[in-house]
Write a protein that binds this ligand. Structure first.
Ligand SMILES: Cc1cc2nc3c(=O)[nH]c(=O)nc-3n(C[C@H](O)[C@H](O)[C@H](O)COP(=O)(O)O)c2cc1C
Length: 307
């Protein structure tokens, strides 16, 4: 077993958090992940309202956390009321100004994860009471900042004195072992869990993740503009390239405000390492076992410590 400040705080068997994913991570996925000994999260996503949070939470039979978006809480603070009332074991706030909302989570006595994309963002989140910082690199699927995961961890790990989780680009036990070796308390994994049986979303989308290579994603605002979503401009979404991005990415000014038919797949660069759609619980066990083996064995690179 891999014990870290994350597993010890929440009594988990594995230092793995299934990331919130709008339209993808619902009660089935969170239940399967938590039942396997990791932390499953529900999502209050860009299109979700407080009632959806209540309905999802009412379906949970395992422990769960809830992931919210700062810019949605600015628009509709009742989403955070619903999340607090659902009594999750933790609440996450991502994408935007975390500070104005953090105090309410802290006052409710609920552990707070803050998903950040810079070291300054991490320092602010800790000053506002975050118990864990989630350093989300631009490699991540979905909406994300500009700094890749590795240099972001290089900046965030020495900047804060709370446990740090790594998000963005982790799809296997190799990745988990790598960030644990750097000093992280765990991995916050999205795209890999999208390609699991319990994730929402049709099989065709999951299949596109399976088929994608590591250079098949694009960091783009075109889907937000096309859908009229108020995502802050500093967080474009990482998605699989498709005909729509080929036509409009880089030509956002000409993008029509209406008539978008949907069908995009938000996914991170780790899609290149994903080649199956197993049950999520099996994935948790697989990633954890592989990470343990990696950390125990001589690294594949051949690096060895010598006296
Ligand atoms: C399809 C999809 C939807 C996402 N939606 C959200 C969301 O609603 N809220 C949020 O905080 N993060 C969201 N994310 C980002 C994840 O929380 C996480 O940072 C990311 O998936 C980690 O990188 P990875 O995909 O490489 O594992 C989403 C990611 C994906 C792939």
């Amino acid at each position: 077993m891999l014990a870290t400040p994350l597993t010890e705080r929440f009594g988990l068997r594995h230092p793995i958090v299934q990331a919130p994913m709008g339209g993808v991570a619902g009660p089935e996925l969170a239940t399967a992940v938590s039942a396997a000994g990791a932390l499953g999260m529900l999502t209050a996503g860009p299109n979700d309202e407080p009632g959806k949070v209540e309905r999802d939470a009412a379906r949970m039979t395992e422990r769960f956390a809830i992931g919210t978006l700062a810019w949605r809480l600015d628009e509709e603070p009742e989403i955070l009321d619903a999340a607090i009332a659902a009594q999750p074991i933790a609440i996450a706030i991502s994408a935007g100004q975390i500070v104005p909302h953090a105090a309410r989570v802290v006052e409710a006595g609920i552990p707070l994860f803050a998903q950040v994309s810079t070291a300054d963002g991490a320092r602010c989140a800790v000053a506002a009471g975050a118990d864990f910082v989630v350093a989300q690199g631009t490699d991540a699927g979905g909406h994300t900042g500009a700094v890749p995961t590795l240099p972001l961890l290089e900046a965030v790990l020495p900047a804060v004195d709370v446990p740090v989780l790594a998000a963005g680009g982790i799809a296997s036990g190799r990745g988990l072992a790598g960030v644990l070796a750097m000093g992280c308390a765990g991995a916050w994994i999205g795209t890999r869990f999208f390609a699991s049986r319990e994730a929402l979303g049709d099989d065709a989308r999951k299949q596109r993740i399976v088929e994608a290579r590591e250079n098949d994603t694009v960091h783009t605002r075109v889907f937000d503009i096309a859908q009229g979503l108020a995502w802050p401009a500093e967080f474009p979404g990482r998605a699989l390239r498709d005909d729509f991005t080929a036509r409009w990415h880089g030509h956002e000014d000409e993008l029509p405000a209406e008539g978008y038919a949907g069908g995009h797949v938000y996914a991170g660069a780790a899609a290149g390492a994903i080649d199956d759609v197993p049950p999520a619980g099996e994935l948790v066990e697989r990633i954890a076992a592989e990470a343990e083996a990696c950390l125990r064995a001589t690294p594949a690179s051949g690096a060895q410590t010598r006296p």
